[in-house]
Design a protein around this ligand. Structure first.
Ligand code: 1CP
Length: 342
């Protein structure tokens, strides 16, 4: 069993496991060199390239887990939706989904047919990593993926998805549930293809009103995490800037919860059941702009805080590593976290 999984299973490992969200792309010079030769989708859909890029961070930095290179829009892309990646904008859905009928496409989603390249990339990575390394799968959560599919393009006001929510919350919920069911099949397939654990990214959940969460979304997430648990797939829920919902997150049947930089692990400790591990929560801006000394100091403080909790903690950033982050700062975070005892 890999180091991180052994630690989570309760074995005394002596130090906290560590990895960084979005470590596979963006900030590594070698990533940018490969990206210059291929489009994003070429990289994500060719298993050899996806595996090569996924393996880059472990050659530079001694992380304990590897996340496979892909995107939260890969599943809808594999199903045939016209999604393009626009430089410094992000994913664009060329024909936005605006009706319940359009969401029916997810009912026909078959992971090993539409996203076979993901299974192949995971198997290739699994063959090449040492036994101590944990392999992580991931997908976007229905609200976050739904927002890209419905908006068409990243929109700070979430105008389309929110007006749908105001006009007909039940039909939006129905679409997100269909998307959620497909996402569970996708994550299960990743687990079968070699991922030890999976992470569900709900980056834009902070924009969801509490009443929509209570009335509709909580049911969708509960069903998703319940199914994953039932099928033996350990799952981390990632959210960001969504403190208004934290008390509602704490009853989800997740294995782990990813904590952002606006709250402290100690604060959240009181709110979550003991058996849910935490992951987090160094501010990625510190890695981008801070000195190596600052990064090491804040990492030591984070380790100290984690030691004081009666709960498992995975050292990580609060959200994805930012483009332009100096490799030395990323390395300093990981090395410092690994050098300190629990
Ligand atoms: O370590 C990694 O980079 C692994 C792969 C990975 C992951 C986990 C990518 C590659 N994307 C993601 C997740 C992702 N994608 C999230 C959730 C996590 C987070 O909040 O960071 C989100 C919201 C996206 C959407 C997305 N895809 C954006 C953000 C746009 C916006 O609305 O603000 C962007 C720029 C992309 C494209 C993308 N995905 C991944 C990379 C390396 C890139 C850049 C593509 C390029 O090289 O041009």
């Amino acid at each position: 069993m890999p180091f991180l999984m052994k630690y989570l299973s309760g074995q005394a490992m002596g130090r906290f496991p560590v990895w960084m969200m979005r470590q596979a792309g963006r900030y590594l010079p070698k990533y940018r060199a490969i990206r210059a030769k291929h489009s994003f989708w070429e990289m994500a859909t060719q298993p050899e390239i996806a595996a090569e890029v996924s393996l880059l961070p472990i050659q530079e930095i001694p992380v304990d887990a590897i996340i496979f290179f892909s995107d939260i829009l890969t599943m809808p892309y594999g199903l045939g939706l016209p999604i393009t990646m626009k430089e410094s904008v992000g994913p664009i859905t060329e024909i936005p989904l605006r009706t319940q009928d359009q969401f029916k496409i997810f009912e026909g989603y078959d992971p090993s047919q539409h996203t076979r390249f993901v299974g192949e990339a995971l198997s290739l990575i699994k063959k090449q990593i040492p036994n101590e390394m944990t392999l992580l799968g991931f997908a976007g959560a229905p609200w976050t993926v739904g927002s890209y599919l419905i908006e068409g393009q990243s929109n700070r006001n979430f105008e389309q998805i929110k007006s749908w929510m105001h006009n007909d919350p039940a039909s939006l919920a129905c679409c997100l549930e269909t998307l959620g069911d497909a996402t569970v099949r996708y994550l299960e397939y990743q687990h079968q293809s070699g991922a030890h654990m999976v992470q569900l990214f709900d980056t834009w959940i902070g924009h969801m009103p509490k009443n929509f969460f209570e009335d509709h979304y909580s049911k969708i997430l509960n069903k998703m995490f319940f199914k994953l648990k039932e099928r033996g797939v350990p799952a981390i829920y990632f959210t960001k800037h969504s403190s208004h919902l934290t008390p509602l997150f704490s009853s989800l049947p997740v294995s782990g919860f990813s904590v952002d930089e606006l709250v402290s692990l100690t604060e959240l400790d009181k709110q979550f059941p003991r058996n849910v591990f935490f992951q987090g929560n160094l501010d990625p801006v510190l890695l981008l702009k801070g000195t190596e000394g600052q990064v090491r100091l804040k990492t030591r403080l984070l380790v100290q805080e984690a030691r004081s909790l009666q709960r498992h903690v995975i050292m990580n950033l609060a959200h994805g590593i930012l483009p332009g982050t100096p490799v030395e700062n990323a390395r300093a975070f990981v090395q410092e976290a690994r050098s300190l005892w629990i």
